[in-house]
Design a binder for this molecule. Structure first.
Ligand SMILES: N[C@@H](CCC(=O)N[C@@H](CS)C(=O)NCC(=O)O)C(=O)O
Length: 223
């Protein structure tokens, strides 16, 4: 199985972590959606990553892919709760992370810092500040309220909801703006709980190497 995506995509991160947690063997291929291969649209008409190729089967969208892993590898560690309310809640938290949290972190922090610099533009500090002080706290407070002193967002074991929230927050870490434990004690304890899992530690090492190369490229261009 091949997972196509780019190293700092939170959706690719969710899919890779799901595969690792389920012990599914995969090969990772770099696919930059902004410099895509010619067959990109045939792989995903929405022209987004991640995309999985499993033999003849091609599947896009991180949520669809995680559901596919669960159905295909039913004998591995379950990442979707069986109990109906926990199942529904896991899907809801996944959706919240993939839409609202992603929008704020991607448009309000990641792009204004990293993509701007990659395009030779200055960091948009005003947008970052506005996001960190106004938009993002609303999202984080909601997640904090959904977690409280529970170990996992839904049910009593790690699920796709936990991986989805973590995967979005990692881009705040990369940007140097991880929320504080003082402001969000439950959410940050949850973040650390996942961050210290072997899957997340391994993935993080490869991401920081990639980020280091990207930052070197940016500073050499500024020269
Ligand atoms: N709902 C999709 C979202 C995927 C997505 O937005 N991926 C971003 C990268 S993080 C992308 O491919 N963006 C390219 C674009 O918007 O043109 C999923 O869960 O996979």
């Amino acid at each position: 199985m091949i997972i196509h995506g780019s190293a700092l995509s939170p959706f690719r991160r969710k899919v890779v972590l799901s595969a690792m947690e389920k012990n599914i063997a995969f090969e990772s291929r770099d696919l930059n959606p902004y410099a895509p291969p010619v067959d990109f649209e045939s792989m995903n008409p929405l022209k987004r990553i991640p995309i999985v190729q499993d033999g003849d089967f091609t599947l896009a969208d991180s949520s669809a892919i995680c559901g596919y892993f669960e159905a295909k590898h039913a004998d591995t560690q379950a990442l979707f709760p069986k109990e109906p309310t926990a199942y529904g809640h896991a899907l809801w938290i996944e959706e919240y992370a993939d839409t609202a949290l992603f929008a704020d972190i991607s448009e309000g922090v990641f792009r204004p810092i990293f993509i701007n610099q990659l395009l030779g533009k200055p960091v948009d500090h005003a947008t970052v500040e506005e996001t960190l002080s106004v938009a993002l706290p609303l999202r984080l407070r909601y997640l904090e309220s959904q977690l409280e002193d529970r170990t996992w967002f839904a049910g009593d074991s790690l699920t796709v909801a936990d991986l989805s929230v973590y995967s979005q927050l990692v881009n705040l870490l990369h940007a140097g703006h991880l929320p504080s434990s003082e402001s969000y004690p439950y959410l940050m304890a949850h973040f650390k709980r996942i961050q210290t899992r072997p899957s997340a530690e391994k993935l993080h090492r490869s991401e920081t190497a990639y980020l280091g190369q990207m930052l070197e490229m940016i500073s050499s261009r500024k020269g």
